[in-house]
Design a binder for this molecule. Structure first.
Ligand SMILES: Cc1cc2nc3c(=O)[nH]c(=O)nc-3n(C[C@H](O)[C@H](O)[C@H](O)COP(=O)(O)OP(=O)(O)OC[C@H]3O[C@@H](n4cnc5c(N)ncnc54)[C@H](O)[C@@H]3O)c2cc1C
Ligand code: SF4
Length: 335
């Protein structure tokens, strides 16, 4: 049986109290870890991937759940569960790709515990890291924790563990923003700027920060959204590859387009799609021409590395397939 090391638990009842507790423990030299639904933190504690002295459980903080339409955006509380997100009428109406991505995270029980904030702040994953302490020790550990080399990239100086959070891929397509709260106040930033390219810690979150809200701009024109995910068991597994796609259409032509491929390395990969702005998108063949070009671009730009337990050649071949599936999902027809 895997056991957790002892830790102190704090259960704040407001955001201000939570960030103040984080700051006080940090100032006293104690390591902290935020826990929301706990679906990722608890297994990781059991594997010895984190060893905090204090756990700050934010699950009882009021006011951080639910979805509100402020006219221009959907405002989604960080403690909204993935299940609630996937079935929420506002999300299904204005961000159908996000509803789908949330519905494909893990399995039903985990989606009822797991939160949107926890999903966006999810740790990166790697074949050589998400293992027991004894397994990792036998290998001499690695750069991400306790060691000094990377087993994926020989001589690598940064960690290329995979971003594995399904909602991030789709929220990046939707130009979402995140609202963070620290003891010094709130700040809002683009989700794009929230992620960095080093899997040791692939977000800009500081130990005293809480993610409190996600802001999703509503579409100004007709929008198509799709999300496709590759995994071994559709009932539960993390992505081996994921593709989010959004196409805005105005007057029969593409007015904005985003495609994000993830589960490759630490930062989701945003493809440059501006070349398709102004392209006709009314008829089936016009749409297929757009996706064919996008498939070629994705295949050229996305090269998986051996950070997950699967063949990299197969994962790369599947990039084109997943772009087509995300596209079919977006326009509501199977090719
Ligand atoms: C078997 C299994 C399969 C899974 N499959 C998938 C999958 O397919 N796709 C996927 O995306 N995830 C998957 N997960 C991971 C996890 O269930 C989800 O990502 C979930 O959304 C995490 O949310 P949580 O609230 O449980 O996060 P927690 O476990 O509580 O926290 C996760 C991380 O986020 C931080 N955190 C949480 N909330 C906040 C906040 N508000 N502010 C700042 N930091 C915060 C924590 O400190 C921690 O680092 C799987 C997990 C398991 C056990
Ligand atoms: S990518 Fe390298 S450094 Fe990162 S977790 Fe895997 S083996 Fe460790």
């Amino acid at each position: 049986m895997l056991r957790m090391d002892p830790f102190l638990t704090e259960t704040p009842t407001s955001v201000d109290e939570a960030v103040a507790l984080l700051a006080a423990h940090q100032a006293a030299g104690r390591s902290t870890k935020v826990i929301a639904g706990g679906t990722d933190v608890v297994p990781n504690l059991k594997h010895g991937l984190f060893d905090p002295e204090v756990i700050v459980h934010i699950g009882r903080v009021p006011g951080l759940k639910g979805v509100v339409d402020d006219g221009g955006h959907l405002l989604i509380g960080a403690l909204t569960t993935l299940h609630d997100l996937s079935v929420h009428p506002l999300v299904q109406q204005h961000a159908s790709g996000l509803a789908r991505a949330a519905s494909l995270v893990a399995g039903p029980q985990l989606r009822r515990m797991g939160t949107l904030g926890g999903n966006l702040a999810l740790d990166t994953r790697c074949l050589f890291y998400n293992q027991t302490y004894f397994w990792r020790e036998a290998l001499g550990f690695c750069l991400k924790k306790d060691g000094s080399l990377c087993h994926v990239v020989a001589g690598g100086k940064k960690c290329v563990a995979a971003a594995s959070n399904d909602t991030a891929t789709m929220l990046l397509c939707l130009d979402a923003e995140v609202v963070l709260q620290a003891p010094t106040g709130r700040r809002t930033m683009k989700l794009e700027d929230f992620y960095v390219a080093n899997g040791i810690k692939n977000t800009v979150l500081e130990a005293v920060d809480l993610l409190v809200q996600v802001r999703v701009p509503k579409a100004a024109s007709r929008r198509f959204e799709g999300y496709a995910k590759l995994r071994h068991r559709n009932a539960i597994d993390y992505p081996l590859l994921s593709v989010g796609l959004r196409v805005d259409v105005d007057g029969g032509v593409v007015s904005a387009m985003r495609c994000v491929v993830s589960a490759l390395q630490a930062r989701p990969h945003k493809l440059p799609c501006d070349a398709w702005i102004g392209r006709a998108f009314e008829h089936r063949q016009e749409r297929q021409d757009v996706v064919d070009g996008l498939k070629q671009l994705a295949f050229a730009k996305c090269v998986p590395v051996k950070n997950l337990a699967d063949d990299v050649v197969w994962r790369r071949e599947m990039v084109r397939v997943l772009v087509q599936r995300a596209f079919d999902e977006a326009i509501g027809e199977a090719s």
